[in-house]
Design a protein around this ligand. Structure first.
Ligand code: NAP
Ligand code: ZN
Ligand code: ZN
Length: 352
């Protein structure tokens, strides 16, 4: 066992503060690493503030961890001390069911996915897993990713959730050269969706509620930008979208986006608001064989594929580095859609 320094909330309404947590000693297949940076995902906020059911307090969020390996178990073959590594949203799964065998551990048929935080910890019974707002972590090598050497470590952290969560559906729905892709919401997920869709050769349109983000959206890869609150602009956006990925973190009317899909187009829901969206107009689905779908992060093999793709194309997140002491402020700014475009914690600010 070792003691890690962490930042935690003790209730849904509490501010973040320091907490000492236990990490297991590395077992034969475990990798221990010092967390250098951790991205701040809107899912961290939903969880910390109890917006989804089932948060166990104290809660240490964080599922975009990157750092440097400090110890490996005797049977670890894939990693060595000094390696640049990352961990995303999962630290384990059943590993035997059809989904796990297919590399889709996030959809484990036995609901055996162990999330990086707020999941029952198999190794410390009765405790939840504690995430990346902390000094170090111990994770089985099967759930540890390699960070390409050319990518800035801090800016690569958000690839572990925002990157894979957008990469996986763009691939699954066959986005390629010339596809017409819409992205709803320019935050952590949205800006990665733009960069990745552009790298796949798609024609990209961003739908945003923030007129102040238009310039940035173009720089990040949007061929067109539509202010979604402007009905005339929405109409002028045309139609015929193959895929629209929706990253909005609150409930909203989906019909305007359904209406922009072409025949067989898909509106892929990535945002996970605490309350349901208003019921969509299914007539608009029927008439053009359109679908509404959802997608959850991505499997471990696909996460490594995404990281390697980002290495080849030099893709990282646009980040604003913060100290752990600024987490509450960062959460408030996230709620105001004022993220450019991912907060990343510098864990050196945890202090001794
Ligand atoms: P984020 O950085 O806060 O971005 C969300 C964006 O949504 C905002 O920047 C804003 O963009 C837009 N938005 C916010 N409130 C809105 C409203 N009332 N109406 C319309 N648009 C609004 O959040 P994120 O980290 O990207 O996460 C987004 C959502 O995805 C969260 O619900 C999160 O839990 C979920 N998530 C899901 C998965 C998955 O596996 N499916 C993985 C990670 C996160 P504009 O200013 O451009 O409008
Ligand atoms: Zn996330
Ligand atoms: Zn499984």
């Amino acid at each position: 066992m070792s003691t890690a320094r962490a930042y935690a909330v003790s209730s849904a309404t509490a501010a973040f503060g320091p907490l000492a947590i236990e990490r297991r000693s590395p077992g034969p297949t475990d990798v221990q690493f010092d967390i250098k940076y951790c991205g701040v995902c809107h899912s961290d906020l939903h969880t910390a503030r109890g917006e989804w059911a089932g948060t166990v307090y104290p809660c240490v969020p964080g599922h975009e961890l990157v750092g440097i390996v400090t110890a490996v178990g005797a049977e670890v073959t894939r990693f060595a001390v000094g390696d640049r590594v990352g961990v995303g949203c999962m630290v384990d799964a059943c590993r035997t069911c059809d989904s796990c065998q297919a590399g889709l551990e996030q959809y484990c048929d036995k609901r055996g996915t162990v999330y990086t935080y707020n999941s029952p910890d198999k190794h410390q019974l009765g405790k939840p897993t504690y995430g990346g707002y902390s000094s170090h972590v111990v994770v089985d090598q099967a759930f540890v990713l390699r960070i390409p050497s050319n990518l800035d470590l801090a800016a690569a952290a958000p690839l572990l959730c925002a990157g894979i969560t957008t990469y996986s559906p763009l691939r699954h729905w066959g986005v390629t050269e010339g596809s017409r892709v819409g992205v709803v919401g320019l935050g952590g997920l949205g800006h990665m969706a733009l960069k990745l869709a552009k790298a796949f050769g798609a024609h990209t349109t961003l739908f945003t509620t923030s007129p102040g983000k238009v310039e940035d959206a173009r720089r990040l890869g949007a061929d067109a930008v539509v202010i979604s609150k402007d009905a005339a602009a929405m109409k002028a956006a045309g139609g015929g979208f193959d895929v629209i990925v929706n990253t909005v973190s609150t409930a909203h009317n989906l019909d305007p986006y359904i209406n922009l899909l072409g025949r067989d187009g898909a509106l892929v829901m990535l945002g996970a608001p605490p309350t349901p969206h208003p019921s969509p107009n299914t007539g608009a689905l029927i008439g053009r064989r359109r679908s509404i779908a959802g997608s959850l992060i991505g499997g471990i093999a696909e996460t490594q594929e995404m990281l390697d793709f980002c290495g080849v194309h030099g893709i990282v997140s646009d980040i604003e580095q913060i100290s752990v002491q600024k987490l509450d402020e960062a959460y408030e700014r996230m709620l105001k859609s004022d993220v450019k475009y991912r907060f990343v914690i510098d864990l050196a600010t945890l202090g001794a």
